[in-house]
Design a protein around this ligand. Structure first.
Ligand code: AVI
Length: 325
């Protein structure tokens, strides 16, 4: 396959079936749980763009500060081995931050292929169009699907060394045990010399963190509720959105920032042919956005078999991009 093209590789196999099974089993669980990976349909993508533009949601500005103002430092860490590489971005979204880095590498004449992986085909199409317009010299292969499945695809397409980007604090959307399994899995998928650049939102003033997920404008609430709309549309369900309310918590000791939807009444919701009962005040666990200390990051790297090669912090010292090998 010629990688010097703008390519989009999809894997829609079983996508709808997996969505149905995950949602049904999550809602039959005690406590009820939905996976935040399903937030990102077309409307979810738009709402997330709005979240990233909110003044309260500091994460984007912090990592943007790193990618805009410390680009050379990132490049020094990642391109210390001058051999050509594949730059694979997990959960690339619209690559708002990484595009500064892509432009920098292209301007320097670096030999690399950019491979964004995302579960949302919609956002990948938007990204591809944007990159074609803004960095036409960039070699891009878009991979639509789950991370590990698409990492295997990327490995099958090219045998060059890999640099993985996992930005935005996405690792925080996993429970700690899940994050450890995820990082160990990544390590097992990488060869000697491959690298991982991973973004962590740091523990900080608890008010700052809670405000980022509890905005007065209600955008984060709409982001959570949109998953119910998606389930109604795609799985023929009848959630009444007025009967659910967003509730956010932050525990500064564990660093877990969690969002829930609260059922406001006793109610029964039907999904396809399955009835799900809710008691008044019963919760659906929607998302964790884990915050980390430096020790937490070190522990996660070591436990999953990585060595920390370096790190870059934003000027407020609120966010770290850590380079692991
Ligand atoms: C994508 N992820 C890192 C976001 C976060 O901060 O956990 C998702 C998000 N949820 C609510 N606001 C933003």
């Amino acid at each position: 396959m010629n990688l010097n093209t703008k390519t989009q590789i999809k894997n829609n196999h079983n996508k709808a079936e997996n969505f149905f099974l995950d949602i049904k089993s999550g809602l039959q669980n005690t406590p009820k749980k939905l996976s935040s990976k399903y937030f990102y349909d077309e409307i979810g993508d738009e709402l997330f763009q709005k979240i990233m533009a909110m003044p309260e949601y500091y994460l984007t500005q912090c990592e943007l500060d790193i990618f805009k103002n410390k680009t050379a430092e990132i490049a020094d860490l990642i391109t210390s081995d001058s051999s050509p590489f594949d730059l694979i971005e997990l959960g690339a979204g619209d690559a708002m931050k990484s595009s500064y880095f892509l432009k920098y590498l292209v301007d320097k004449g670096t030999d690399f292929t950019y491979m964004p992986i995302d579960i949302s085909g919609n956002i990948l199409s938007i990204l591809q169009e944007k990159l074609e317009k803004n960095i036409p010299e960039l070699h891009t292969v878009c991979l639509e699907g789950e991370y590990f499945e698409m990492l295997n695809k990327a490995a099958a397409l090219s045998s060059r060394r890999k640099v993985i980007l996992f930005l935005g604090g996405n690792i925080g959307n996993m429970e700690l045990e899940e994050a450890y399994h995820f990082c160990s899995g990544l390590k097992q998928n990488l060869a000697a010399g491959d690298q991982l650049l991973i973004g962590f939102d740091l523990k900080k003033n608890p008010h700052t963190i809670l405000n980022a997920y509890n905005d007065k404008t209600g955008i984060t609430a709409a982001f959570n509720l949109n998953l119910l709309t998606r389930i109604n549309r795609e799985l023929d369900a009848d959630f009444d959105l007025k009967e659910f309310q967003h509730y956010q918590t932050y525990d500064p000791v564990s660093g877990a920032c969690r969002s829930y939807l609260v059922s406001l009444v006793d109610q029964v919701v039907t999904i396809d042919q399955t009835s799900i009962s809710f008691k008044e005040n019963e919760l659906i666990d929607m998302e964790v956005s884990q915050k980390f200390s430096e020790e937490d990051i070190k522990e996660l790297a070591e436990k999953s078999g990585f060595e920390i090669k370096g790190e870059i912090r934003d000027s407020k010292n609120w966010f770290i991009d850590s380079v692991w090998t």
